[in-house]
Design a protein around this ligand. Structure first.
Ligand code: GCW
Length: 764
């Protein structure tokens, strides 16, 4: 209110007071941290449990005994409890926060078990009480936990125990999850340990605060404020990660800046590491291979040059001085313009081993990416190249190198077959790289749950050592014996209040963590869990929403890249359709859509059988035979492996052309159905999250129609075939779709207003 106005009088004053109260109430509800529906609390909302469940849970969880329950008490003294670690303090505070929220009252903190309904947490080291119990903690490994109902001092007690503190924190979250998802907790007997050792989020965040392929605002890391100011967001981020078992974070983009290893930045990295450490999260860095030149002022970065080796050894020791649990490096070398060992005529193994030797004395690891391809004219089928480079190097990598392999041989497409390197390198550590950020799947606005995609790749059978040689068993080390195991997801987390750009994108962060813990877990079960924790346990909401989630990825495949097509997106932004994108000056064929669709007047698809690029031969004979055979190739990968005439008869009896058109339409119909389903669920969701999701679904319907119409318009112009009966013709001529261009897209650094003049009608 401007200060020069006279103070209100009489009725005016009452109105003023009412407005003030309203404004205050509004301000409270909207204060950061107080907004119920802004999505900030993710799946850790801890909203009150009502009804019969509340009474049951309250009975089972009345007091909390952690090793630091009551410092200074006689009992604590007698137990000789050591000062609690930050990790155990985090476990206790999460249980306090969670139980208080869920049960409407805090559990009593007690130094010993005094009543039925106690919760006892700790490790044999932290708690003499836990040491005294007949618990076999061996099956929990070094990171797992056990949750068991036992009689302790004559009282029914829930024991959350582990061998290491981090296991207790994971156990605390697992216990809260039981209540959040309304499971009985009276008679618990659970043991859980992660199947994969390193469960890592890769941030493609640039040091200037932008995020490559990030659609949730700016970078989470505020480099300008570090190391002095540590935003509380970092701790909330760490809590969320720990709640699903993520234990590593690569802070910077794989297209790395040499600046990251400067002392100024290492100090910032150390500050972040300190915040993340109590939550069991190690930091890793992406670095350019040419770092010794850029930073060390050496003449070369040749991995066999002793001066280069010495430089890395010194740099790595410097890092460990300040960050004793530093995780290691992630490297993108000789890929998309990045420097690498080939610049010196050395192999990828020689490059990786250079860093591995520097890190080994400190127990650090190298995650070395296999994502490389040549864009020189006449290069072989792009999807063959990584295999051809890396397969011959099997067994040549140091033990602390893990090759980071994308799920498919191309680049995070809506659907790809599994990468043929899985199963092809039995003497090398292989990890899986998934994309959580939806670079090729509609960015922040599309409702696309990635659980089914992750599940599909993890369950793919490579047949490398006979049937059952799934990708999951290769990366969890069970197929070829225990060794370094890891999995990475390219993060979708940014500065947005809701972290991920949309509420449903949070589910992709969640499912990544849960599958990293257990790669055999089911996408559907995880979706159910997430919906219950994020929204409500009411079946009338959970059932339809889980159905939407499970259908959503296939819907996107249908309207973008059906039947095994790939990379039909707009160039650069990877948003919206661009099936007409063809090679040009400075634009290699490997980045164009026509290279992948190979559509011509006769037919469509990429022949990767023996008559074509023979990429099928990179798979084990059983899988290769399946993909190569028209009778056995999965329909959803048909055009990935085969070039077929437009009038090819599909198993359904329809022609390929008719089937293609119907897939686009099916995708649009599915998204419309999702929108309708959601519109009936408003009463179960707070208005803010309801609205955001509803409006995004409206955007998605528009985008799906745009994809369908543009794709059909383009392929019809190539196939010259009539639309099947019942199919609606695209409302605009092809040239309208071709000319339409979005000038700026978040997450695509370097794009600008490169669009043609605005007198072209917008196909929307
Ligand atoms: O998918 C492509 C992306 C690039 C990315 C690259 C990679 C970080 O379009 O933005 O660069 O893959 O994975 O290295």
């Amino acid at each position: 209110m401007p200060s020069h106005l006279p103070p209100p009088t009489g009725a005016g004053r009452r109105e003023f007071r009412a407005t003030l109260l309203l404004a205050l109430a509004f301000a409270c509800v909207n204060a950061p941290g107080a907004r119920a529906g802004d999505g900030h609390r993710l799946w850790l909302r801890y909203v009150p449990v009502h009804g019969v469940w509340r009474a049951r849970y309250r009975r089972a969880a009345t007091e909390l005994i952690s090793q630091n329950g009551a410092p200074g008490t006689r009992a604590a003294h007698r137990l000789r409890s050591r000062a609690p670690s930050a990790t155990l303090r985090a476990a206790q505070s999460e249980l306090l926060r969670g139980l208080t929220g869920l049960l409407g009252r805090p559990p009593r903190l007690s130094p010993r078990v005094t009543t039925n309904g106690a919760i006892l947490i700790g490790t044999p080291r932290s708690s003499a009480l836990i040491r005294s119990l007949p618990l076999d903690l061996a099956p929990t490994g070094t990171q797992g936990y056990l949750i068991r109902t036992l009689q302790v001092h004559g009282h029914r007690t829930i024991v959350i125990a582990a061998r290491r503190d981090i296991g207790v924190l994971y156990g605390a979250f697992a216990f809260l999850r039981l209540i959040q998802t309304r499971r009985p907790i009276e008679h618990l007997d659970m043991v859980s340990r992660p199947k994969i050792r390193h469960r890592v989020l890769d941030f493609w965040d640039n040091l200037d605060g932008t995020v490559e392929r990030g659609y949730a605002g700016d970078s989470l890391w505020k480099w300008g404020e570090l190391p002095e100011y540590l935003s509380p967001r970092y701790t909330d981020f760490a809590r969320a990660c720990a709640s699903i078992g993520i234990n590593g974070v690569v802070l910077d983009n794989v297209n790395a800046s040499p600046v990251i290893l400067e002392p100024l930045y290492l100090e910032k990295v150390a500050a972040l590491a300190q915040v993340l450490r109590p939550y069991g999260i190690r930091v890793y860095l992406s670095v350019p291979f040419s770092e010794p030149i850029a930073l060390g002022k050496l003449k070369s970065a040749d991995p066999l040059d002793p001066a280069v080796q010495g430089w890395w050894a010194r740099k790595v020791s410097e890092i460990y001085r300040d960050i004793p649990d530093f995780g290691g490096f992630l490297m993108k070398a000789n890929s998309e313009g990045q420097p690498g060992p080939s610049d010196y005529g050395r192999t990828q193994a020689e490059g990786a081993n250079l860093l591995a030797r520097a890190l080994a004395p400190h127990h650090g690891i190298v995650m070395w990416r296999t994502f490389l391809y040549s864009t020189s004219p006449g290069a072989e089928d792009r999807i063959r190249q990584a295999y051809d480079v890396f397969k011959p190097l099997d067994g040549k990598f140091q033990d602390n190198v893990i090759l980071q392999v994308k799920n498919g041989p191309l680049d995070f497409q809506p659907r790809e077959p599994f990468h043929p390197l899985f199963g092809a390198m039995p003497r090398t550590n292989l990890m899986l790289e998934l994309e959580i950020t939806k670079e090729y799947l509609g960015h922040q606005t599309s409702f696309t749950y990635l659980g089914p995609l992750y599940q599909e790749v993890l369950r793919s059978d490579t047949w490398a050592a006979g049937p059952g040689s799934t990708v999951a068993r290769i990366i969890d080390g069970s197929l070829y014996g225990e060794r370094e195991t890891a999995i990475a997801g390219v993060a979708n987390i940014g500065s947005d209040r809701n972290w991920c750009g949309s509420i449903f994108n949070q589910a992709n962060w969640y499912v990544f963590g849960r599958m990293a813990w257990d790669p055999t877990a089911s996408a559907r079960a995880i979706a159910q869990e997430w919906v219950r924790m994020t929204f409500t346990n009411q079946a009338a909401f959970v059932r339809p929403v889980v159905r939407m989630m499970m259908r959503s990825r296939e819907a996107a495949v249908d309207y973008m890249d059906p039947l095994g097509l790939a990379s039909q997106m707009a160039a650069g932004t990877h948003f919206g359709p661009g099936p007409w994108v063809h090679p040009g000056k400075g634009f290699p064929s490997e980045w164009s859509s026509t290279y992948y669709s190979r559509a011509d007047a006769q037919g469509i698809g990429f022949d990767r059988t023996a008559t074509g690029s023979d990429a099928v031969a990179q798979y084990s004979p059983h899988v290769a035979a399946e993909f190569a055979s028209l009778a056995h190739c999965p329909t959803d990968l048909l055009l990935w492996f085969h070039h077929l005439p437009w009038n090819y008869r599909m198993r359904s009896g329809r022609t390929l052309w008719d089937s293609l058109v119907s897939h686009y339409d099916r995708g649009v119909t599915a998204v419309k159905r999702m929108r309708t389903t959601w519109s009936r669920l408003a009463r179960y969701v707070d208005p803010q999250r309801y609205r955001l999701t509803a409006d995004f679904l409206t955007i998605q319907v528009r985008d799906a129609e745009w994809w369908r119409d543009a794709s059909i318009a383009y392929f019809r112009s190539i196939s010259h075939r009539p639309l099947p009966p019942g199919a609606a013709p695209p409302p605009e001529p092809l040239k309208t779709y071709e000319a339409f261009c979005i000038p700026y897209v978040e997450g695509t650094p370097g794009t600008g207003p490169a669009c043609p003049p605005a007198d072209i009608p917008v196909p929307r």
